[in-house]
Design a protein around this ligand. Structure first.
Ligand code: VGL
Ligand code: ZN
Length: 227
């Protein structure tokens, strides 16, 4: 089985329908996260052909994208914290917050959905990170904000109302927005497949620990070759 993302999708287009409940979630595939972008993830471009194949496979009638979409003064930007540098970690609302280079600023080319993918197949785009006070890695809920809570984005309800039980997740970055989206999908009661081959990390040195951590949470890791 080389393509576990499709294992539960046999019923799509068929008569039974009991398997028609898998959605594809494409996380933050935006120029700023691709090589050469403001927060470019190494090899991020290598996942694009595979994501295109999933999007056009016919296996996913329900597709949703997330889009990192920050105001220019977003609090996760190191530029907003005098004396700080990108990748410094500060405390924000009682939680560690990595500071990033300015990225995915609303309306800029780097914040667009990456050209070349068939975005017309996607019926919802969740824009996140719009509140300057709080980051939002996950497509399902903001990070912890000033209220101490993590307000939902509505994605969980949007999927549930379409009887989605299983989500297949791909995109960038594996160790931030993909990770948080996958964990929150489990928390929201979905079965979760993460297409490891269709993600890349900001910090690949953490990949082995990350994979074990995700598997411990019942996230099915597909497309990972043991080396
Ligand atoms: C992301 C850092 C900051 C991501 C977004 O998409 O993984 N990472 N904003
Ligand atoms: Zn961001």
């Amino acid at each position: 089985m080389t393509d576990a993302g499709g294992v539960q999708d046999r019923g799509v287009g068929g008569s039974g329908g009991e398997d028609e409940r898998t959605a594809l979630i494409i996380v933050d595939v935006q120029p700023d996260f691709l090589p050469g972008g403001a927060l470019g993830v190494a090899e991020g471009d290598q996942i694009l052909p595979g994501i295109r194949r999933l999007m056009t496979s016919g296996r996913f009638p329900i597709q949703v994208a997330t889009q990192d979409w920050h105001p220019p003064d977003h609090g996760s930007f190191a530029s907003r914290h005098p004396g700080r540098n990108p990748l410094d970690v500060i405390e924000l609302h009682g939680e560690p917050q990595v500071l990033w280079p300015d990225h995915c600023v609303q309306g800029t080319p780097g914040a667009e959905l990456a050209p070349g993918l068939p975005w017309e197949r996607v019926s919802a785009v969740i824009r996140k990170g719009t509140d300057p006070r709080v980051d939002s890695y996950s497509g399902f809920r903001n990070n912890i904000g000033p209220s101490g809570e993590r307000p939902p984005t509505g994605l969980g309800g949007w999927l549930r109302e379409q009887n989605v039980a299983h989500v297949v997740i791909c995109g960038l970055a594996r160790d931030f927005c993909v990770r948080w989206t996958a964990e929150d999908a489990v928390g929201a009661g979905f079965h979760v497949t993460l297409r490891w081959d269709l993600t890349r990390s900001v910090d690949p040195a953490g990949d082995e620990a990350l994979r074990e951590h995700l598997e411990d949470q019942n996230i099915w890791i597909a497309g990972h070759q043991a080396s």
